[in-house]
Design a protein around this ligand. Sequence first.
Ligand code: SF4
Length: 460
Amino acid sequence: MLLRHTKKEVADRKALTINPAKTCQPIGAMYAALGINGCLPHSHGSQGCCAYHRSSLTRHYKEPVMAGTSSFTEGASVFGGQANLVQAINNIFTIYNPEIIAVHTTCLSETIGDDLPQIISKAEEDGKVPEGKKIIYASTPSYVGSHITGFSNMVEGIVKGFAKPGIKISDLYNVIPGWVEPSDMAEIKRIMSVMKINSIMFPDTSGVMNAPQTGKHEFFPKGGTSSQDLSKTGSAAHTFALGSWASKGAANLLSKTAQVPFSVCDIPIGLKATDRFLMELARISGNEISSELEFERGQVADIITDMHQYLYGKKVALWGDPDQLIPLTEFLTDLDMVPAHIVTGTPGKAFEKRIMEICSEKGITPNVKCGAQADMYLMHQWILNEPVDLLIGNTYGKYMSRDMNIPFVRHGFPIYDRIGHSYFPTVGYRGAMRLLELMLSAIMNKLDREAPEEGFELVM
Ligand code: SF4
C-alpha cells in the first residue's frame, strides 16, 4: 500500500532519505567482531541501539548474537559514559570471560564526545582488564557512512589491537574478506587451500554465524579468527583485501603498521572478478591455479551456454553494498543482462564511476547513485519509469516484487525472510553457479506461472 504513494517524477533531494538502502554503522562493527574467536562485541550507547543491532544480525543469520551494552540512561547521556563502560568491562570479564571485548560507539556516545581510547586506558589502569585479555575498539557514528563503514572501522580496530611488525613469514598471507556471508568466507578459505596458499582470514564468521545445532548453547562458538593468528598478521608476506569499502582501510593500516604489502581485489563474485582474484593469488604466491578451480569455471561457462536465452537482454535493478554490487554488475553484463538501476546507501563516488565504466563497455547507461539519497524510494521511482525483469537485493525489495510482479533474488544484507545465504556461497565459481541458479529459477518460475496453456513447456 505504501508503494502507491511513490511519485513517478524524480525530484532532486538534498537531505531527505526514504527507506534507506543501508543500515547502521554499529551493525557492521558487531558483525566484524563476531568473526574473532572468543570475542564479545560491546555497544557503547543505549540499550535500544544494541537490541536493534543484535536483532538485525539474528534475523539475518538465524543465530543468537551475544553483545554487551553500556546501557546509557539520562545521566550517562549528559555526563558521559565512562563510568558505565568501565563497569561494563569489569562485569563482562568477570561474568562471561571473553578473550576480547570489541567496543564500538553509537550515535549517542559519539555525539556527547566519549573518548574510547581514554576510557579503555582508564579501565586498564584500574585493573579491570585481566592479564592476557584484550579490548579493541572502533568509532562508529551512524549519522555518517553505513554498516559497511562500521565493518571497515572495526576491522581497522582489529589491526590496531593485534598487528605488530614481525619477521616476515614468506608463505603466510592475510585475507580480509569484507562483509560477505559466512558461507562466502568458507568458500574463500577453500579457494586458498585448493591453491595451496597458507592464509589467515580476518574476520571470519564461518562456523560462528552459521554454526551447527549441537543441542548445547555455546556462548563463544568455536569459529572465528584466533588471537594467536591475529598476532601473526603483521608477519605475513602479503594481504589480499577484498573490496575497497570494507577491507582497504585495514590493509592500508597493516601496511603502515607492519609493512605488509597488499592488493585490493574485488570480491570474487561472477566470472571476471573470480578470474582476477585467482590470477592475483597466483601472481603473489607463485602457485598455479588449480585444475579443480578450472573445472568449476568450465561448469559456470556450461550453464551460461545452456541457459543464455533466458538471461539475454533482461533488465535488472539491484541494490546493496558497493563491494558486492560492483562485481555483481560486471557478472550481469557478462551474461548479456542489462543492469538498469543500481543504488547503494553507502557513500563513495568511486562507486558510480566504477559502475559506469563496467556498463559502458557493453554500451549500457544505467541509473546509478550512492549515498544517503540513493534509497529504495528512488529505486522504486526509477523502476516505475523504466520497468525491469529482475530484482536483486536485500529483503526490502519484496514489496516491489509483489506489487509489480517482478522476479526477485535475495542477495546482500539483510535477508530476513529466506534462508540459504549463510550456507551457500555466491563467491567464486561455485558461487557464480548458485547465482545463476537463483536468477534462472526466479525468471523461469515466472515464465511457467504466466505461460498460456499451449505454451507451458515441460522441457525448458
Ligand atoms: S542510527 Fe544511531 S541511534 Fe539509531 S540505532 Fe543506529 S547507532 Fe543507535
